[in-house]
Structure formats: C-alpha cells, structure tokens
Design a protein around this ligand. Structure first.
Ligand code: ZN
Length: 312
C-alpha cells in the first residue's frame, strides 16, 4: 500500500518535471534578443506557465550547464548525468560568495573537475573561496603563469589543499564514456603573447548535443583549433572573451555552428563588451544570443538529443 503511494508520487514528480522542461524550452523563444527568426522553438505556441523551477532540480539523466551571473567574468557549472560536476572558472573576486552560495544551493559538496581557463582575475578571482569551501577532485589549468596576486593566491590555495595541477591543452580528455565525452580542444600551441590565447577550451559532448566553452580565447587560437581538425561543433557556444572583437571570427563561428551563443558579461562594463561587431556576426549567422547581463544566470539542459534552455 505504502509502496503504491510512493510510486504515484514519483510518477507525479516525473510528469511535472517533463511539463516544466517543455514549458521552459518554449518560453525561451520569447527572448527579445533572438537571432534570426524561424527556429522551431519560435514557432511553437506558448503553453500556460507551470512551475518551471522543478525541472532544474530533477533533471535526472540529463546534462545541465549553467552560466553563472558573475558580472564581468566567467563561471560555468556543468552537472553530469551521473551526479558528478565540473566548474569552469570561478568568476571575479566580487562574485566569489555568489559562486559558493550557488553551488551550495545545488547541494554540491565536491567539485570533481575544476578548470581555470587562464590566469586572469575575472576567471580565477573566486578560486580561493571555491577551494576553501569544496572538496576538489582534479584541477586543470593551461601551462602558463601570470605575475599577479590573484594567480599567486590561487596557486597557494591549490598547494594548501595538496592538489596537483593537470595541464589543460588540446587533446586532453577529462571524461570518456559511452554517451559523454569531455575534453580540451585548446590551447593547441604555447608561447602566445596574449595570455587570452592560452585559454583552456572545453568541449562537452553528451549524446548528439555539445557545448563549447572558450574562456577568453582569441582569433589566433581559434584558427589553430580549426587547423587542428578537432571537432568544434556545438549547440551552445560560450562566446570567447565576453564578446570582444578579438574573438569569434566568422570562420570559427562557422566551424562551431552553434544554435545558441552565451555571452558572459557584466552590466555597463569598462571594456565595451560585447562588441557590436561580434553581435552583428552572431546575428548574421542566425545564432541566438543570450547574455548574462540581460538574463542573469543562464541554464541549459540536454537529454542527449536536444539542448534546451531552462527558465526559472
Ligand atoms: Zn575574461
């Protein structure tokens, strides 16, 4: 009798979960910054608003990728279907508490894979706090140093935890499972003048869907990734360098061929990010632009067949 009741509750949860996912996927179509019209989501009819937040917690068997609203910087949380997770960058120091609280709210105690794309403050500023508050599995960084306090602090925290840094570079695999492959497609080379080109570029493939997280990588590194012949295709591209004009070449956008472009950027930032040129290129390519300065934290879910945005 009791087990029958539990079964009914589980069944209800499952129905609500699916209803929530669907609602959000369609809701996204209404985003004012949509690229070219004509995607299938945009032609769907809006159903009534059902509890959307439930899907975020119950995305069992799904991959979840969250672009945290850390202002001018990057921090991306990836939750794998088996419950493990990865954090790519930890945002600037101003957002360190936000990142920690956000992860805690997700019930995260251990970060299985921590990635520092490159040693700039807007990417590693929150590292100390993250290292203080969570168990860490593996930590990946490109083989480059920076003469900054933030980088020194990050290294000290890593040392204090007794962690060894693994090198993030093209060809390094992090996860290689049947349906899930995670690894780096960049940087391809070394000896860059611009630190941004050292950015670890992470590609996550789950079933037929993929995400490409580019850090602040520039056109030089983009060209090398294309020349390397690596698979760069992705449904969702984290646009390089907060949408600066030094990233996102037309060739690179064509190689990735994403449906969505996420720009992680601060409101009214001093750098003029994202650049109008980048926005124009993305629009021309018919890629839907999603910006953290306008939408705050941006969440995607993939069931291995479709990557769709969840809206709470
Ligand atoms: Zn940056």
């Amino acid at each position: 009798m009791r087990s029958a009741r539990i079964f009914v509750i589980l069944l209800l949860l499952l129905i609500v979960t699916f209803a929530g996912c669907r609602t959000n996927q369609v809701k996204d179509a209404g985003t004012p910054l949509a690229g070219k019209p004509g995607s299938t989501a945009q032609t769907e009819k809006k159903p009534p608003n059902t509890a959307p937040s439930l899907n975020a917690e119950k995305a069992n068997g799904n991959l979840k990728v969250q672009f945290l609203d850390v202002g001018q910087g990057d921090s991306i949380l990836i939750q794998f279907p088996d419950g493990k997770n990865m954090l790519v960058d930890a945002g600037p120091p101003e957002s360190e508490q936000y990142v920690v609280s956000y992860l805690e709210k997700q019930g995260i105690k251990k970060i299985n894979y921590l990635v520092a794309t490159h040693p700039h403050l807007d990417h590693i500023g929150g590292f100390e706090k993250v290292l203080e508050n969570f168990d860490i599995g593996s930590i990946y960084m490109p083989k480059v140093t920076a003469n900054t306090k933030a980088f020194e602090n990050a290294l000290l925290s890593i040392e204090k935890k007794g962690l060894k840094i693994k090198v993030a570079k093209a060809g390094v695999s992090v996860i290689d499972q049947d349906k899930l492959q995670v690894g780096f497609v960049g940087p391809v080379d070394t000896g860059y003048e611009d630190l941004n080109n050292y950015s670890a570029v992470t590609r996550i493939q789950y079933g037929e869907t993929a995400f490409l997280l580019t850090g602040d990588t520039g056109t030089l590194s983009e060209n090398q990734m294309i020349a390397s012949g690596a698979n760069l295709k992705a449904d969702v591209l984290k646009v390089g360098h907060h949408g600066s004009s030094h990233s996102s070449s037309i060739r690179f956008l064509a190689a990735v061929s994403p449906q969505y472009a996420v720009i992680s950027v601060g409101v009214g930032n001093d750098y003029g990010h994202p650049s109008e040129k980048t926005i124009a290129k993305l629009n021309k390519a018919g890629i839907k632009i999603l910006r953290t300065d306008q939408l705050r934290t941006i969440v995607f879910s993939s069931d291995g067949r479709t990557a769709s945005r969840l809206v709470s």
